[in-house]
Design a protein around this ligand. Structure first.
Ligand SMILES: Cc1cc2nc3c(=O)[nH]c(=O)nc-3n(C[C@H](O)[C@H](O)[C@H](O)COP(=O)(O)OP(=O)(O)OC[C@H]3O[C@@H](n4cnc5c(N)ncnc54)[C@H](O)[C@@H]3O)c2cc1C
Length: 338
C-alpha cells in the first residue's frame, strides 16, 4: 500500500432517471456509523446530468460532503463513462472506504473500479463494522455469506486502499432525515477519455413491471414448499389483501415454477425488512433466513414444530397452513368490518 493519507467513507449514490435510489440512503446511514467510529467524514458521490439540486438531500441523510459530477456524459449509466468519473474522484481524494449498492449498476461498476484501482472488493455484504483486530488496530470488517450460505465469512482488506464493498438494497438502514443539516457541496470535473466510449445507449426499453417490489412492502405473506401450488398461493394472496401486503416466496417454489423469481426472498433472491413477515410452510433454511431475519416481526406457520423458522419467529403457529391461513383471513376481515 502506498503511504498516502487515506481517509473518509465514500458512498456511490445510485440514481436512475435522476431519482436517487433508496439503497443510496441506506448506504449513507451505514457510512455514518462507520465514519463516526473512525472520526472521519461521509462523502457522497453524486453523478448524473441535472442532479445537482439533490445534493442537499444527501447531506440531510448523513453525508458531510457531496461531490457532484453533473454532466451530459453521465445522463444514463454507462460502464466506461461512470468508471472513468468515479476512478478519477477516488484517485484524487484517496478514500479509506467506498460503498456501492449491490444492484445491477453497482455490480457492474464496483468490480471495474476494483480492477482499475488495484484494490479488493467484497460483494453482497450483510454486515459492515469497524473492529479492533490486531493489537487494537481498527480494521474494516466486511461480512458476507460464503460456501452457499452455510457460513458467514468476515473479510478484511489490509494491504490495499480503498476498501470496497457492495451491499444489497434493504440490508442497511437509512438514518432519519435531518432537514436543514449542514454540509459541503463541491463540484468535480473529470477529464473523459472519449476514445474509450465504445458503447452507445440507443434506446431504453423498460421491462413491463406489473408487480410491486417485495423489498418495498410493509407486510409480506411468504410461502414455501408447504403451500404446494398456485391454489395454495391464492390463499396467501387473500390474506395479503386483507393485510394490505404482498405475497413472497421461498426459492423452492420459484425453482418449481409456481412463483416468479422477483418474489423470491433470500440469499439468491431479495433481502426484505418488512414490518410483518409471515412465513407459511417455509422450513427456514439459512439461505432463506439471510433474506428476511431482519424483519421487524416474524410469524411462522408450519406443521413441524421443530422447523428452524421458529428460531427466528416472534410468533409461531404449529399446524396446517391450508386451514390456518383461510381462518385467519376470515377472522381479520370480520375484525376490520367492525
Ligand atoms: C447457494 C444457495 C442459495 C439459495 N438461495 C435461496 C434463497 O435465496 N431463498 C430461499 O428460500 N432458498 C434458497 N436456497 C434453498 C434453501 O436451501 C432451501 O432449500 C429452501 O429455502 C427451502 O424452501 P422451503 O422452506 O419452501 O421448503 P422446505 O425446506 O421443503 O420446507 C417446507 C416446509 O413446509 C412445511 N409444511 C409442509 N406442509 C405444510 C402445511 N400443510 N402446513 C404448514 N407447513 C407445512 C414443512 O414442515 C417444511 O418445514 C438456496 C440454496 C443454496 C444452496
Amino acid at each position: 500500500m502506498e503511504n498516502k493519507d487515506y481517509k473518509d467513507v465514500f458512498v456511490f449514490v445510485e440514481q436512475r432517471e435522476g431519482v436517487i435510489q433508496s439503497v443510496a440512503f441506506e448506504l449513507l446511514g451505514k457510512a455514518r456509523d462507520l465514519a463516526d467510529v473512525l472520526h472521519e467524514k461521509v462523502v457522497a458521490m453524486l453523478l448524473g446530468s441535472g442532479v445537482r439540486q439533490q445534493a442537499q438531500m444527501l447531506i440531510e441523510y448523513g453525508a458531510d460532503v457531496v461531490i457532484v459530477v453533473d454532466t451530459p456524459e453521465l445522463k444514463d449509466y454507462l460502464s466506461e463513462q461512470y468508471s472513468q468519473a468515479v476512478s478519477q474522484i477516488v484517485t484524487h481524494c484517496n478514500p479509506h472506504i467506498v460503498l456501492y449498492g449491490a444492484t445491477t449498476i453497482g455490480r457492474d461498476l464496483a468490480p471495474r473500479l476494483a480492477s482499475r484501482l488495484k484494490t479488493g472488493l467484497t460483494a453482497d455484504c450483510t454486515k459492515l463494522e469497524i473492529l479492533p483486530v490486531k493489537e487494537g488496530e481498527l480494521e474494516f470488517c466486511m461480512t458476507r455469506p460464503a460456501f452457499g450460505g452455510n457460513l458467514m465469512a468476515t473479510i478484511i482488506c489490509p494491504n490495499n486502499r480503498p476498501q470496497m464493498s457492495t451491499v444489497r438494497p434493504g440490508v442497511m438502514q437509512k438514518m432519519q432525515r435531518q432537514p436543514g443539516r449542514q454540509g459541503v457541496i463541491t463540484d468535480f470535473h473529470p477529464v473523459f477519455d472519449t476514445a474509450k466510449f465504445k458503447v452507445k445507449l440507443v434506446e431504453t426499453i423498460k421491462a413491463d413491471k406489473q408487480m410491486a417490489d417485495i423489498a418495498e412492502a410493509k407486510v409480506l405473506v411468504s410461502g414455501g414448499r408447504g403451500v404446494h401450488n398456485k391454489e395454495g398461493f391464492d390463499k396467501l394472496q387473500a390474506l395479503a389483501d386483507v393485510l394490505g401486503g404482498q405475497v413472497a416466496s421461498s426459492r423452492a417454489m420459484v425453482d418449481n415454477g409456481v412463483m416468479p423469481h422477483e418474489c423470491q426472498v433470500g440469499q439468491t433472491g431479495k433481502t426484505v425488512r418488512p414490518a410483518l413477515y409471515m412465513a407459511c410452510g417455509i422450513s427456514g433454511a439459512i439461505q432463506h433466513l439471510a433474506g428476511m431475519e431482519e424483519s421487524d416481526f416474524i410469524i411462522a406457520i408450519n406443521k413441524d414444530k421443530f422447523a428452524p423458522i421458529f428460531s427466528v419467529a416472534d410468533l409461531g403457529i404449529v399446524g396446517d397452513l391450508h386451514k390456518i391461513v383461510p381462518m385467519l383471513t376470515e377472522r381479520l376481515k370480520k375484525e376490520m368490518e367492525k
